[in-house]
Design a protein around this ligand. Structure first.
Ligand code: NAD
Ligand code: FES
Length: 280
């Protein structure tokens, strides 16, 4: 069993948990994810790793309850446990495995949308610890949904916060901020965009226009997380890839986002029914 040591709300509907998982904490790298299951009847939920502490043996997860299982997770308190906490899965971010001297030459822009701020944080932190200060855009619908701002400020070169409704920071979606920064004279060699698929799609359209290579982290439906079931299939260029073993990070300019979004919505009816049953 994997004990929850801390459980708190970062925002109205966004939960952070520190989970005791010594082996995962020892081996995980930024960009990787885990699959969590509450009990033997539980659904397998993939969640990106938001932070880790190798000494304490803890892994931090951040999630937004949207279906029956994640609402069940959100009701858990410190002291409760998950039955499974499998990982680290997927490939680490290439920024952390590429030649560091080459990475140091790049001007990097991270774009974090909503809950996608959580998986951006360990990458920006890792780079900061290795002498690279990347710029970061954090976007959310409104002020109360901005998460991890202070933590991000400590590790980012420049942090640009924006809200869709203009209630905090800059005003407008993250794509507008990308365009504004470039118009203000900023130059970037690489963009890493993580958030809802629709955001990643539009970030890629923007960065393609601006000529900035872009990496995205895909979060399709997953079942086994080991490349066996095919649930997380994506089309990248003219190749079929599995997000769980080939990703989750890919060249965003090659992803077929429309197909990926259609596949992500495939079980919406069943998910809705399960949530209604859970709420009864
Ligand atoms: P959200 O819908 O509030 O969007 C966050 C930001 O993305 C917005 O503030 C806006 O700046 C930008 N955005 C959204 N739509 C856009 C568009 N059409 N064009 C340009 N920019 C746009 O985000 P949320 O509610 O926090 O998102 C939750 C979703 O994020 C869930 O579906 C979850 O699965 C996904 N998620 C993805 C990852 C990942 O690894 N890719 C990680 C965590 C969560
Ligand atoms: Fe089954 Fe990726 S989750 S192949």
């Amino acid at each position: 069993m994997f004990k929850i040591l801390r459980a708190e709300h970062l925002a109205e509907n966004i939960v952070l948990m520190d989970v005791e998982a010594k082996r995962v904490a020892k081996a995980c790298q930024p960009g990787q994810f885990i699959i969590v299951r509450l009990d033997e009847k539980g659904e397998r939920i993939p969640l990106t790793i938001a932070d880790y502490d190798r000494e304490k043996g803890t892994v931090t997860i951040v999630f937004q309850p949207i279906g029956a299982s994640t609402y069940q997770f959100a009701n858990l308190k410190a002291g409760d446990s998950f039955m499974d906490f499998v990982g680290p899965l997927g490939r680490p971010s290439e920024l952390t495995t590429d030649d560091l001297e080459e990475v140091k030459k790049k001007k990097i822009l991270f774009v974090a949308g909503g809950v996608g701020t959580a998986p951006v944080y360990p990458q920006v932190k890792w780079l900061h610890e290795h002498g690279i200060d990347a710029d970061v855009i954090v976007g959310a619908k409104t002020k109360s949904l901005i998460i991890m701002e202070d933590m991000m400020k400590e590790v980012a070169g420049n942090l640009y916060v924006t809200t869709d409704d203009g209630s905090y920071g800059r005003s407008g979606m993250v794509t507008k901020v990308i365009e504004d920064l470039v118009a203000e004279g900023k130059q970037y060699d690489l963009c890493v965009a993580i958030g809802p698929m629709i955001m990643m799609k539009f970030c890629c359209l923007t960065t393609k226009k601006l000529g900035i290579p872009t990496i995205v982290s895909m979060n399709p439906i997953m079942v086994d997380g080991t490349g066996m079931c095919g649930a997380c299939r994506l089309t990248v260029g003219d190749e079929v890839k599995f997000a769980c073993v080939d990703g989750p990070e890919f060249d965003g300019h090659k992803i077929n986002f429309d197909e990926a979004m259609k596949r992500q919505a495939m079980y919406k009816t069943e998910e809705g029914r399960a949530l209604l049953k859970f709420q009864e």
